[in-house]
Design a protein around this ligand. Sequence first.
Ligand SMILES: [Mg+2]
Length: 218
Amino acid sequence: MKKLILFDIDCTLIDTGGAGMSALNEAALEIFGSEGPPLDLAGSTDSGIVRGLFEHFDRPYDPKIEEEFYQCYLPLMQRNLHDSSFGGSVLDGSIDLIARLEDDGHTLGLMTGNIERGAVIKVGHYGLSEHFQFGSYGDDHWDRNKLGPIAIQRANLTTGKNFTVAEVIVIGDTPKDVACAHAIGAPCIAVATGAFNEDQLRECGADRVISSLVGLTL
Ligand SMILES: [Mg+2]
C-alpha cells in the first residue's frame, strides 16, 4: 500500500547543531528582555514555546508580539544556519531514504513543530525542499497533537489523493512525535538521533525504534 509518510524535521532529517535553539534564545532576549527558562525544544511546537515564554515572563499572550518574535527569530536562525561553527548537517540516511520512498511511490510530507516559515528555511538550507510540498507546522496549532489531521488534509489537497489515517506513518525522534502520531491512530517510527535513546523511545510507546534512518525500509 502506498503510504503518506510524515517527517519531523529537527533531529530526524537534519540536525542544525543548535542553530535553532540559539536563535530562539536570542529572540527571547530581544522580545522578552531575557532568554527565559531552559527551552524544552524536543518535539515542542514553536508557538508552544512562545506561549511558554509569555507564561514564564507573566505577560498576557499577544499574537502581535508572537509575530514580532518570529520576525526576530527567523533571520537569526537563517544567519546561524550559515554559521559553520554550529556544525549542522543532514542526518545519515535521510537523503537515501527520501529517494527510496519516492521511488516506491509513497507521498512525503512534513509534520513539525517549526512554524512554516522556519520549516521552509531549514529544509531549503539543507537542499530538501523539492521533496516536501506540504506539511503541518508549529503555527497551525501550539498543540502538536492537533497537527495530524491538518497534515492529512493538506496532503490530499496537494496531491489530489484521498489518504486516510490508515495509510499514514509518522517518523520522528521524540516522545511528542510518538504522541502526535498516536493522537490520530497512526504508527510512529522513532529514530534515536535526537535527545532520546532507543530505550526511552520504546518506553513512550513508539511502534518501531531505529538507531538512524540508514537502511530503513517500511
Ligand atoms: Mg525532532
